[in-house]
Design a protein around this ligand. Structure first.
Ligand SMILES: Cc1cc2nc3c(=O)[nH]c(=O)nc-3n(C[C@H](O)[C@H](O)[C@H](O)COP(=O)(O)OP(=O)(O)OC[C@H]3O[C@@H](n4cnc5c(N)ncnc54)[C@H](O)[C@@H]3O)c2cc1C
Length: 541
């Protein structure tokens, strides 16, 4: 038998989710082998809408400055009815995460930048033309058999992350069922280039009741068209250039050379029953698939790996318990289920071709204009519920924690620009680093925030006897919340405990701090140790 190759984590699939996972894992200091059966990243026309949270992760990985010029930032959506009348114009309500709520991008561009970033990280071993063939799980690790041009190899790792797409061979091998259904309707998706003029910052949903159409603008003359196929239409016929030119004619005149790519797809609305079996975890389309109408699928996958990467890394490094890894499903699956449902519901509204029902739909949506709350809900895209964990690696706020601070627990922390003592304004995340952080709002300190960074990479980090590296205080920075993003908790004396994925794990006052850290110790015991080291009180290990 060949020598067994050892690594910390095997990531299967170099789609956007596997690529993002590999980068995030490497930034937490673990060795990653990323395997992809194809020769390179994909050039298929797929995701086109990115949320603020996805862009925040791209910022963290360090590719946003190159991705942004290839994107149409900060877009909304317009819905048109059966007579092409404007039914609703929606726009994401006040983004909090330092990035616009919705922007248009090009998936192949994002994948190639993520790949470049992965190749630049020495901890990642990127292997194309390499298929994960079989996984054998054991008590301490998993063995993955890979097949490449040289034959079969076995890689032993503590964790395997299956980012192997909607058909996920790993999910099949593990026998994990998917709950949900497949849409009856098929769609043709066409990406075109050379569109003249400046793009409007709105996607268009033409819910015309005959052949629903989605039009999405892009930069550099790019534009996406999606048409619902009618009964009897075949993929080969509708993807012929002359058929595409005819379909697009009501919107613009194109020639065959303007067609960049076209494909017919059918959407699924399905979620895996379990996200983990033994040392194998599912993420991205392997864990959930949804119709594209809410533009959430890739975004849900990015949320998955942002949630999971630091947990796996902490476990590999000995600072995170097995219970920490298990919080992945509790925190991520409910939101994925919500997004699948929402995408399905929007699809029902958009794809309806029944004359009576579309007339009622148009009247109902327009009528919501007379109910201010409903209008604000629709116009602000509040139907896109943001993740809010109530179960997982978090501590429920204790009595006495101000309401405004308690409301932040289980949610993604805002990312305003903050001012450093030097007077420079920077995005908050640049101060937080890659590990845990404590944000203290001194009593009567006005807009001042003391940021204490914890990590395994700072001064004072020592190997423990068992080889694991404890968390250490990496540094403290005093910043000013000049934008007032945290004004509801300013001067409250509260401390927010922020995880490496920027979610708030706890909000504490001096009276509730001990209980909160005790609760978090089930997941990251070192947090408690560190707190005791800081306050000078003894703690049992
Ligand atoms: C028309 C369309 C429009 C869409 N629009 C949006 C949108 O606007 N917004 C949005 O968020 N999402 C959208 N999506 C969905 C989005 O494209 C997917 O969610 C995303 O590609 C999922 O990424 P992934 O990495 O999980 O899977 P994939 O991109 O499918 O990547 C999986 C990778 O794993 C590899 N692989 C599989 N098995 C193995 C193996 N055994 N060994 C090695 N490698 C393996 C595959 O070759 C592949 O490269 C859209 C999808 C479509 C089809």
């Amino acid at each position: 038998m060949d020598k067994i190759i050892e690594t910390d984590v095997v990531v299967i699939g170099a789609g956007p989710i596997g690529l993002a996972a590999a980068n995030l894992l490497a930034d937490q200091g673990v060795n990653v082998m990323l395997v992809e059966r194809h020769a390179g990243t994909s050039d298929e026309p797929r995701a086109i809408s990115a949320t603020d949270e996805t862009l925040r992760v791209m910022q963290q990985i360090g590719i946003l400055d190159r991705l942004a010029p290839e994107m149409l930032m900060d877009t909304g959506a317009r819905y048109f009815g059966r007579k092409e009348q404007l039914l609703a114009e929606v726009y994401p309500a006040s983004p909090r995460l330092g990035q616009p709520g919705k922007s248009q991008f090009d998936q192949p561009v994002m994948e190639s930048l993520l790949l470049e970033a992965a190749r630049a990280r020495p901890l990642i071993d990127v292997r194309f033309n390499t298929e994960a063939f079989r996984i054998t799980d054991g008590p301490e690790h998993a063995d993955t058999v890979l097949i490449d041009d040289d034959g079969k190899h076995t890689v032993r790792s503590k964790w395997v992350l299956a980012c192997d797409g909607g058909r996920s061979p790993v999910r099949s091998q593990l026998g994990i069922p998917m709950e949900g259904s497949t849409q009856v309707q098929k769609w043709i998706v066409v990406d075109i280039i050379n569109t003249p003029g400046q793009p409007e910052r709105f996607s268009e949903f033409h819910c015309n009741g005959t052949r629903p159409v989605v039009v999405v603008p892009g930069v550099h003359g790019r534009r996406r068209y999606e048409f619902m196929l009618l009964p009897g239409e075949e993929a080969a016929a509708v993807t012929a250039p002359e058929a595409i030119i005819r379909l697009i004619a009501p919107f613009q005149t194109i020639v065959a050379a303007d067609i960049r790519r076209a494909a017919v797809y059918v959407a699924h609305q399905r979620v895996a029953l379990n996200y983990r079996v033994g040392h194998v975890l599912l993420a991205g389309d392997a864990a959930h698939m949804m119709p594209p109408f809410a533009g959430q699928a890739l975004n849900a996958g990015i949320r998955d790996v942002a949630n999971l990467a630091w947990k796996i890394a902490a476990n590999v490094q000995g600072t995170g318990t097995e219970a920490l890894v298990n919080t992945y499903q509790a925190e991520r699956r409910p939101h994925a289920v919500d997004m699948v449902r929402l995408s399905h519901r929007i699809g029902i509204v958009v794809m309806n071709v029944n004359p009576a029902l579309t007339a009622i739909r148009d009247a109902a949506i327009t009528a919501s204009g007379i109910v201010p709350a409903a209008k604000a809900w629709l116009a602000g895209m509040k139907f896109l519920k943001q993740p809010h964990f109530t179960d997982g690696c978090m501590a429920a706020p204790g009595a006495g924690v101000p309401k405004a601070a308690a409301a932040l627990v289980g949610r993604s922390l805002s990312q305003p620009q903050v001012t450093l003592p030097t007077g420079d304004a920077v995005p908050l995340d640049t101060v937080l680093g890659t590990g845990w952080a404590l944000l203290h709002f001194p009593s009567d300190g006005g807009p001042a925030i003391e940021v204490r960074r914890l990590g395994t990479d700072g001064n004072g980090t020592e190997e423990t006897d068992d080889g694991s590296s404890p968390l250490a205080l990496c540094g403290t920075t005093a910043v000013t919340d000049t934008s007032g993003a945290f004004k509801a908790v300013a001067g409250s004396g509260v401390t927010l405990v922020v995880r490496p994925d920027r979610y708030v794990a706890a909000a504490t006052t001096p009276d509730t701090e001990q209980t909160a850290f005790d609760a978090l110790a089930a997941y990251v015991p070192e947090l408690n140790l560190l707190r005791h080291a800081e306050t000078g009180t003894p703690a049992a290990r």
